[in-house]
Design a protein around this ligand. Structure first.
Ligand SMILES: Cc1ncc(COP(=O)(O)O)c(C=O)c1O
Length: 453
């Protein structure tokens, strides 16, 4: 096996199509439901929120979808992204396994999120949309969409979850540099925000609440469309560019992953990496283990129930079948803000149900420890979300070492942590709270599941 640090593709190697895994699934995905009628959703139900270009992708039965030229042009700013072999980490762990990582932190906003922000802004601009609205957990999605919206001449309003707004003020400034307006969520800007603030003025907020606020604005303001940074099929499909490039890079390395690891908030960076490899699992004799890693404070895949639930806190988003902790569940304010979502992508949930993927949950302290070890060997400071994938990959390598095995591990280093120094500072000061998951709160939140006939 060659000993090489990085595998780089050329600009003309950027895939020209996204891969849509949905039509290749052994069983179809359960339909999304309209939150008012609980009937299967049609394109007309989604039209007030999304442009038709994206709605058609959401329900597409095509395996491959052409990437429009203006999107490819913007991708060229930062794609193809590098795939590294973590030689120094391998040495520090004393493992015979090979650890590779796809690095998405070199994008303008610092994570994988522009891979979908750019096409989402593009399809909105194509349909003449001049204003968009969204939520952001870690600030990464908000920054990515702010960048993409300014590129296509669209105004953007962002609801940033209160806990992240307080701990990451520079993310707000970054969004403002790109021209967006940012509110802490819950906010006084919306009726829903006012309602949550009156119940608890000090609430840390949640992605579910921020989504509700953004949808309220999109519904009330004529001509404004909403954008979601994860969960939906079209978002996960845009992220397949990661895995398609990684397939080529693994070929360059003359290797193939036995284990793929990714962190999961709504499931987009994880699916983006694994979907082309999952296709090989389904269609050839490949047997790659595909492992999601989530926080113990918000363990939708490992502790949630698989059922229909609301995608947001007040029942405005489509009702989908997914692993959920209940739409009113407010996770502890851990530093991995992008992983604080009560549910999981229906696609990822479905694959978990049919045992095509597996899941593990870790506490934030052990993840930051893994992140610091990674930074000290490989040099890159991972985003708090990405430390979960680092921890998952390190554990997989150590498990192989214990069993005397040598395997190939590939994980997604989906973002850098340059705006997360408060989190790393808390880790060094020993003031990071241990993750708490309150099953009672989940059970209570699950009482509000939608009633489906
Ligand atoms: C750096 C980073 N990683 C991961 C996530 C989780 O999202 P997803 O599971 O859709 O990749 C986020 C979400 O904000 C993020 O900012």
């Amino acid at each position: 096996m060659k000993k090489q640090y990085k595998y780089l593709l050329n600009e003309n190697d950027i895939p020209k199509q996204w891969y849509n895994i949905v039509p290749d699934l052994p069983n179809p995905l359960p339909p999304q439901l309209n939150p008012q009628t609980m009937e299967p959703i049609g394109p007309e139900d989604l039209a007030p929120l999304f442009p038709m270009g994206l709605i058609l992708q959401e329900v597409s039965d095509q395996n491959y979808i052409d990437i429009p030229e203006p999107v490819l042009e913007l991708y060229k700013i930062y794609r193809p992204s590098p795939m590294y072999r973590a030689l120094r980490l391998e040495e520090a762990l004393g493992t015979k396994s090979r650890i590779y990582y796809k690095y998405e932190g070199g994008s303008p906003s610092g994570s994988h999120k522009p891979n979908t922000a750019i096409p989402q802004a593009f399809y909105n601009a194509e349909e003449g949309i001049k204003k968009m609205v969204t939520e952001t957990g870690a600030g990464q999605w908000g920054s990515a969409l702010s960048f993409a919206c300014q590129a296509f001449g669209i105004d953007l309003e962002v609801f940033q979850v209160a806990a992240s707004y307080a701990s990451k003020p520079h993310r707000k400034t970054m969004m403002e540099i790109y021209g967006a307006t940012v509110h802490p969520s819950p906010s006084e800007r919306t009726d829903i925000g006012k309602q949550f603030l009156s119940q608890d003025p000090n609430t840390p907020g949640s992605l579910g609440i921020a989504i509700s606020e953004a949808i309220e604005v999109a519904r009330k303001e004529e001509g404004t469309r909403y954008a979601l940074g994860s969960v939906l099929n079209h978002v996960l499909m845009h992220q397949s560019i990661i895995g398609l490039e990684a397939l080529k890079q693994m070929e360059m390395a003359e290797d193939y992953p036995d284990i793929i690891v990714g962190c999961t908030g709504g499931g987009s960076n994880f699916t983006g990496l694994f979907s082309p490899f999952a296709k090989n699992n389904m269609e050839s004799n490949k047997k790659t283990i595909i492992r999601a890693v989530e926080p113990q404070a918000c363990p939708s895949l490992t502790k949630g129930v698989y059922t229909y639930d609301f995608g947001d806190s007040v029942g405005m988003a489509p009702v989908v079948k997914m692993h959920t902790l209940g739409s009113s569940f407010v996770p502890d304010p851990i530093h991995a803000g992008g992983l604080r979502y009560h549910g999981m992508a229906p696609l990822v949930s479905h694959l978990k149900e049919i045992n095509a993927i597996e899941a593990k949950a870790y506490g934030q302290k052990e993840c930051f420890e893994a992140g610091v070890n990674f930074a000290r060997t490989e040099g890159i400071v991972p985003a708090p979300e990405a430390t979960h994938a680092v921890k998952g990959a390190i554990d997989a390598a150590l498990e192989c070492k214990k069993n005397g095995e040598s395997k190939t591990i590939l994980f997604n280093l989906c973002g850098h942590g340059h705006f997360d120094m408060k989190a790393y500072g808390d880790y060094f000061e020993g003031s990071l709270a241990e993750d708490k998951f309150d099953k009672g709160s989940m059970d209570k939140a699950l009482e509000d599941l939608p009633k489906i006939a």
